[in-house]
Design a protein around this ligand. Structure first.
Ligand SMILES: NC(=O)c1ccc[n+]([C@@H]2O[C@H](COP(=O)([O-])OP(=O)(O)OC[C@H]3O[C@@H](n4cnc5c(N)ncnc54)[C@H](OP(=O)(O)O)[C@@H]3O)[C@@H](O)[C@H]2O)c1
Length: 350
């Protein structure tokens, strides 16, 4: 019997597993289909036979069985029983697969980065709108409780006017391998992998402000590959706030956890990862260290993200990270790569 929204997972790697797991926590949907190029891997996946989850603190794999196994995503997106798909494959494949899904009337959750060019992003946004379908992009930090708490403090004016922002997203002493370092599949290195998180989280914290210009120094300093692993971006927002974003792989140091955003205001300072604030309380300025609500990497953010997607499909809520949001991040990356190539400040289209 049909129960709720039927989901197809395309890509059964690390993040495909996380989303499947997160969706199992949602009684309004069912994962009914999965797609991988490899039959044996696919069989293990649909039978729920996978090892523990590397991204989360929860170490017990869920018990599940998925009915339909496809080795070609085109067959999955044509399946009339499937209502929505999760696109969990290498970055450069996001566009073709999401487009095919949207053309076949499926709501689409696409992992970050949304795709590898602003033109592609435009096309996805347009077709989703035309076909009245939900398009959501996987900038998952928007669903972290600490991020939402800090956003709330900022919007209440607790730190005054925003003066400057520093954000980073780095891997220390390690970097990904395989398709991540193949430009044809990744569309870029640590900026497309890690920097996109920081770029989006800053926007989210600042009420979805748009960036208007980028200057950048983007290099390969640690690895023997043809993608970047050391990125420094200097961005300006439409309301004149300077934002420094750093991203990298194999870095020798990071100021704290693997990612962080620090916001400096006229009356105070807030940070996520670790969560911290320096603010006036009863006219006394001091450190305020809220109890961290949840750890940096937690399955709960993915559970909330999936719930938001299903909620949007069923018309109960609005997506927190839309195709337009994903598109703006790609516009920023495109501008940053161009700025680094040309050593100029590049305007970001409004
Ligand atoms: N939001 C987050 O925090 C987060 C975290 C991690 C990753 N991501 C994003 O999720 C996407 C997938 O990343 P991942 O970490 O899950 O990667 P992964 O573990 O390497 O999995 C990639 C999946 O893509 C499939 N695939 C299809 N064509 C492929 C090809 N030509 N080469 C390699 N794999 C291919 C692979 O399936 P088969 O080999 O079985 O066909 C595999 O299931 C990326 O866009 C990444 O940026 C997001």
């Amino acid at each position: 019997m049909r129960k709720g929204i039927n989901i197809g997972i395309i890509g059964t790697g690390g993040i495909g597993k996380i989303h499947t797991w997160a969706l199992m926590n949602n009684s309004d949907c069912r994962v009914v289909a999965a797609c991988s190029r490899h039959k044996d891997r696919l069989q293990r996946f649909v039978q729920g036979l996978w090892e523990e989850n590397p991204y989360t603190e929860e170490k017990i794999a869920p018990k599940y069985e998925i009915e339909k196994a496809y080795t070609n995503y085109k067959d999955l997106v044509r399946d009339k029983e499937v209502d929505a798909v999760f696109v969990c494959v290498p970055n450069a494949l996001h566009f073709d697969i999401s487009l095919e899904a949207l053309k076949n009337g499926k709501h689409c959750f696409v992992e970050k980065p949304m795709c590898t060019s602003a033109n592609q992003a435009n096309e996805l946004v347009d077709i989703a709108k035309k076909n009245n379908l939900i398009l959501q992009v996987g900038h998952v930090w928007r669903f972290h409780k600490d991020v939402q708490m800090v956003k709330d403090l900022i919007s209440k004016g607790v730190i005054g006017d925003i003066v400057k922002v520093k954000a980073y997203s780095n891997h220390v002493l390690w970097g990904p391998k395989g398709w991540f370092v193949d430009p044809k599949l990744s569309g870029g290195g640590s900026l497309m992998d890690m920097g996109v998180h920081a770029i989006d989280t800053v926007r989210f914290l600042l009420n979805d402000v748009r960036y208007v210009s980028a200057y950048a120094d983007i290099r390969t300093r640690y690895g023997n590959y043809d993608v970047d692993d050391t990125d420094i971006l200097f961005l300006k927002t439409e309301n004149g706030i300077p934002v420094v974003v750093e991203s990298g792989w194999n870095q020798t140091h990071s100021d704290g956890e693997e990612a962080s955003v620090q916001i400096f205001g006229t009356r105070g300072y807030v940070r996520v990862f670790p969560t911290q604030a320096k603010i006036y309380v009863d006219n006394v300025y001091g450190d305020f260290v809220p109890e961290q609500i949840e750890p940096h990497n937690t399955l709960n953010t993915f559970v909330r993200q999936a719930r938001n997607f299903i909620g949007a499909i069923t018309g109960r809520e609005k997506v927190l990270c839309s195709g337009e949001d994903g598109k703006h991040v790609i516009e920023v990356c495109e501008a940053a790569y161009k700025a680094a190539r040309t050593n100029t400040v590049v305007k970001i289209p409004s």
